[in-house]
Design a protein around this ligand. Structure first.
Ligand code: MGD
Ligand code: MGD
Ligand code: SF4
Ligand code: MO
Length: 879
């Protein structure tokens, strides 16, 4: 049943595939090592990355394999065979539909599914079940960009290409931490600026991120004020006579948009007149301008307006769809774009067609030869889980996403899933916070095993190909969905045998859309043979025809009823001040809920526990000391986070990363703190602004533990990370354990006696568990945050016990690395700082030549640059 197509390669032969993480969509060469693992390299021939990979891509080999995988279906916790599981799912969905109608069931899917998977899910729900209750985690991610594009262009079209970033004279990054979230695109931008130093880069972000490192100007705007900034820009474009009258003949709504823009009060951005003026001069004075944005724009209760405020400026100046200029929404997930192409959102049909349009509905229904078609938009993510909570949804199927962590009001969402009459989860793991709540678990094949297509941020479709066989009884997501569709009574429409057949049908449907005037048309592939599909090279859509070079809208033709674009009047909505507004986002080396990146020791080295960045003035006022713990809470939830005091964030605007879960740090789940407020147009939640209160967590002790086996912490705070030969954990509690020996035995599940070193005067406990004089486990604890060279101690696991072990420091003559900066080569901050200060290495290249740092994947290059700035400045000051 799960025979992959094409056949798997022999060991040693590379498979060309695509990275499963961010929307850059880098080409990867994956070479099976013959033992279930993969060697990874960048694909020199892939146009997105030309051989480069970031650290997450480089570490892909550490995240595959069968360890910890869900290998067979489970029903109510017991293993079941596929036949039983699929029949049960089909029966319970059919039963709910029969008794309560098609709106009583829902799918919640993901921008990390392949296009083929997504296509099948959408066809089953919208065409055959006849409801549009299929929504996706793209609602939390791209929905405001989709809505903004549709309002302005009449279609959800990204006009530009990656090369526009390289061709531009000005790149404005709005609410995007490109250096960490789209690292290869960032490196392309950095290389372009190096080649043409006159190129200018502006970062608009309340926080000083690693991306600012490349910026000529960082605008630390007041949170949520982006629309004010772009309204101010539009008014100034007009005042200076910088509009493009020819282009404006293709645009409706200029006057109304301008009238709204003129009301903008630049002061609301919180920027100085000088900075604001510099930005206006740069933007208005530079024709080749790309404005790129991401979640700082989308994840807002006025995200769609922010998007349109940006689009208005590009439309007014005609800077769109030509080389080196245009608005550019970069997508987060590897197939966010493919999901939009198949119509995976509850308010879209397929191939960018509109659910509200009867002609579109009928065309899709007829193509599918479906008994019915969803008549109106379905429930968007937040509303969908509310409907699960109040029992309107009787059967729920969650595929390739972890909403019990990633949804706003995550505790509430988890309770709703747990209480649903019938819930199904398809995942790689049984242990995710969401999977643990489901009645039925279905084992899916993951990256490296699955086979299909994805579309990146610049509309480039690439193949993901299998290099490993499916573990256990895991099956491809599309096939699982098709089997359920067949069993629900539609064997013929769901009877595909290969992913290529699904792709052909999708391509053919896009031709129907194209004939209705749609932008997405790849119908020249509707008859692609299996072998050609297997060999398909990455390609851009549109593939041919009038849209030369793959850009849209340079010609002023849009997909609206009259072919003209729309400028939208935007009245900025500003958040109320006063409270702490918790900003949330990503770190360099982890992916979302860490179900895969959490398995890689290399990726755990950079940042190993949940934290909160807080401004020094706030920290002083709250009595929060560096490295202690803070308790962050509101009516929705509560979290305990490590305190990182830094002026990178503004006062009252702390930041916390989103990656930790019940599996890795149960008190670090940030989604639990975010209120489910949504944008009125797109339904996207405002994930960047949780109103919280903060206070010191009353820890009486802190600990650090490592083990070559299991770690079973039971204290109020713990955070776990994977080591090359085991696991480490940060620990803390409000009451000192009465018996440390008993505590350690429970923690490690070990019966052997530890070697103990205590320092009663300072209340320090140090324990090592040895076997054949090799270190099996160790615990360090005391009343203050544990000061210890963690990277060093981790190397001692499994080694013959080192005399320096219980001191927690390297022995004489061994350098102390400090926190890891270059994860690929394991080079720490102290080594780098010393090289800068003592050896006068003041370029990233010099550090690379001397230490190797930054020479592998390059993800740490922005941090290397900051360290150079910091330490060379210190040297100068000391001179
Ligand atoms: N390493 C890594 N890379 C990833 C991911 C990952 O999990 N890990 N996930 C991928 C996915 S799905 C996505 S969607 C992308 C997200 O990519 P990004 O959007 O670049 O990342 P975020 O960290 O979510 O947020 C970006 C920035 O928005 C800023 N911000 C907050 N509020 C505002 C505001 O009001 N205005 C402005 N202008 N900025 C604001 C934050 O300070 C933050 O630095 O990353 C993708 N790439
Ligand atoms: N507060 C806050 N919340 C946020 C955000 C934020 O910035 N702040 N960002 C939001 C954004 S932009 C996004 S995209 C979401 C991401 O949030 P999620 O989608 O919930 O996060 P992931 O960890 O990517 O979840 C993917 C799941 O799919 C599983 N999986 C991986 N591969 C496969 C496969 O091939 N098949 C199947 N069936 N399963 C697979 C993984 O094990 C994992 O459980 O989070 C959102 N939530
Ligand atoms: S930039 Fe990194 S995470 Fe994104 S696709 Fe490329 S290798 Fe993967
Ligand atoms: Mo995302």
């Amino acid at each position: 049943m799960t025979a992959p197509s094409p056949p798997l390669p022999p060991p040693g032969q590379a498979v060309r595939t695509t990275c499963p993480y961010c929307g850059v969509g880098c080409g990867v060469l994956a070479t099976p090592d013959g033992q279930g693992g993969l060697h990874i390299a960048g694909d020199l021939d892939h146009p997105a990355n030309r051989g480069m990979l970031c650290v997450k891509g480089m570490a892909l080999g550490e995240t595959v394999g069968t360890e910890g995988r869900l290998l067979a279906p489970r029903i109510g916790g017991r293993e079941a065979d596929w036949d039983e599981a699929l029949s049960l799912v089909a029966e319970r969905f059919s039963q709910a539909i029969e008794r309560h109608g098609p709106e009583s069931v829902a799918f919640y899917v993901s921008g990390q599914m392949l296009t083929e998977d997504y296509y099948v899910a959408n066809k089953l729900m919208k065409g055959f079940i006849g409801s549009a209750n299929i929504d996706t985690n793209s609602r939390l991610c791209m929905a405001s960009s989709v809505a903004g594009h549709r309002r302005a262009f009449g279609s959800d079209t990204v006009p530009g290409l990656y090369e526009d970033l390289e061709l531009a004279d000005l790149v404005v990054l709005v609410g995007s931490n490109l250096a960490w979230c789209h690292p290869v695109l960032y490196r392309r931008l950095a290389a372009a600026k190096e080649a043409r130093p006159e190129m200018r880069i502006v970062v608009v972000d309340p926080r000083r991120t690693a991306t600012c490192d490349l910026a000529d100007l960082h605008l630390a705007v007041a949170p949520g004020s982006d629309a004010v900034l772009f309204n101010r820009l539009l008014a100034e474009i007009h005042r200076r006579g910088a509009t493009d009258p020819d282009y404006l003949s293709h645009v409706e709504g200029f006057d109304a948009a301008l009238a709204a823009a003129k009301l903008a009060d630049g002061a609301a951005t919180g920027l100085s007149e000088a900075d604001l003026g510099r930005f206006l001069d740069l933007w208005i004075g530079t024709e080749r301008t790309v404005t790129l944005w991401s979640q700082g724009v989308n994840q807002s209760d006025s995200g769609t307006d922010k998007v349109n405020a940006i689009l208005n400026c590009h439309l007014a100046t005609g800077r769109i769809g030509r080389p080196g200029m245009g608005p550019f929404s970069v997508t987060g997930q590897p197939n966010a774009m493919g999901g939009r192409e198949v119509g995976g959102l509850a308010n879209m049909l397929a191939c960018h067609l509109e659910i509200e349009n009867p002609a579109h509905r009928e065309a899709v229904r007829a193509f599918w030869n479906a008994p019915r078609i969803a008549e109106r938009p379905g429930l968007k993510a937040v509303d969908l889980f509310h409907a699960v909570e109040d029992g309107r949804i009787k059967a729920l199927w969650i595929i390739c996403t972890n909403p019990a962590v990633s949804m706003p009001e995550a505790d509430r969402v988890a309770r709703a899933i747990g209480a649903c009459e019938f819930s199904v989860v398809s995942d790689l793991f049984a242990t995710t916070d969401t999977a643990r709540l489901a009645h039925v678990l279905l084992p899916a094949t993951g990256w490296g095993e699955r086979d299909g297509t994805v579309t990146n941020s610049e509309r480039r479709i690439s193949r993901q190909r299998a290099a490993l066989s499916a573990p256990g009884r895991a099956r491809h997501d599309w096939r699982i969905l098709a089997e359920v569709g067949s069993r629900m009574g539609w064997p013929e429409p769901f009877g595909w045998q290969t992913a290529a057949e699904v792709f052909r049908e999708h391509a053919a449907l896009s031709g129907v859309a194209g004939r209705l005037g749609g932008d997405f048309d790849i119908s020249d592939l509707e008859r692609i043979e299996g072998a050609d599909y297997d060999a398909l090279d990455p390609f851009l859509w549109p593939r041919a025809g009038a849209r030369q070079g793959g850009r849209f809208f340079g010609d002023g033709r849009f997909h609206t009823s009259d072919g003209r674009a729309r400028m939208i009047p935007v009245a900025p909505k500003l958040p109320a001040g006063g409270a702490f507004r918790l900003n949330t986002g990503r770190v360099r080396d982890h992916w979302h809920t860490m179900t895969r990146t959490g398995r890689s020791p290399r990726l755990g080295r950079h940042l190993a526990e949940p934290f909160i960045e807080i401004h020094p003035a706030d920290a002083a006022r709250l009595g929060l000391k560096p490295d202690t713990l803070a308790e962050v809470g509101n009516t929705h939830g509560r979290a305990i986070l490590r305190v990182l005091v830094t002026a990178r964030v503004q006062p009252d605007q702390p930041f916390a990363p989103i990656h930790w879960t019940g599996e890795t740090a149960p008190s670090g789940r940030i989604g639990a703190l975010v209120e489910a407020a949504t944008d009125p147009v797109s339904g996207q939640p405002a994930n960047k602004s949780a109103v919280v209160s903060i206070r010191p967590f009353p820890a009486h002790w802190y600990g650090f533990a490592l083990s070559d086996g299991e770690l079973r912490p039971s204290c109020p705070y713990w955070a776990r990370a994977t080591l090359p030969l085991g696991t480490q954990a940060e620990l803390a509690g409000t009451e000192m354990p009465a018996d440390w020996n008993a505590f350690a035995r429970d923690l490690f599940g070990l019966a052997v006696e530890p070697v103990v070193a205590c320092d009663p005067a300072r209340g320090l406990i140090r324990m090592a568990f040895l076997q054949d004089s090799r270190l099996k486990a160790a615990l360090f604890a005391g009343p203050d945050p544990v000061a210890l060279q963690r990277a060093h101690v981790a190397t001692l696991l499994g080694a013959v016990s080192d005399p320096g072990l219980l001191a927690g420091r390297p022995g004489a003559g061994r350098a102390d690395e400090g926190a890891t900066v270059c994860a690929c080569l394991g080079i720490g901050v102290n080594t780098i700082a010393r090289a800068i200060a003592e050896r006068g290495l003041i370029t990233v290249e010099a550090l690379g030549a001397a230490l190797g740092a930054g020479t592998n994947c390059g993800s740490c290059r922005p941090e290397l640059r900051s360290l150079i700035q910091l330490h060379s400045a210190r040297c100068e000051a000391a001179e």
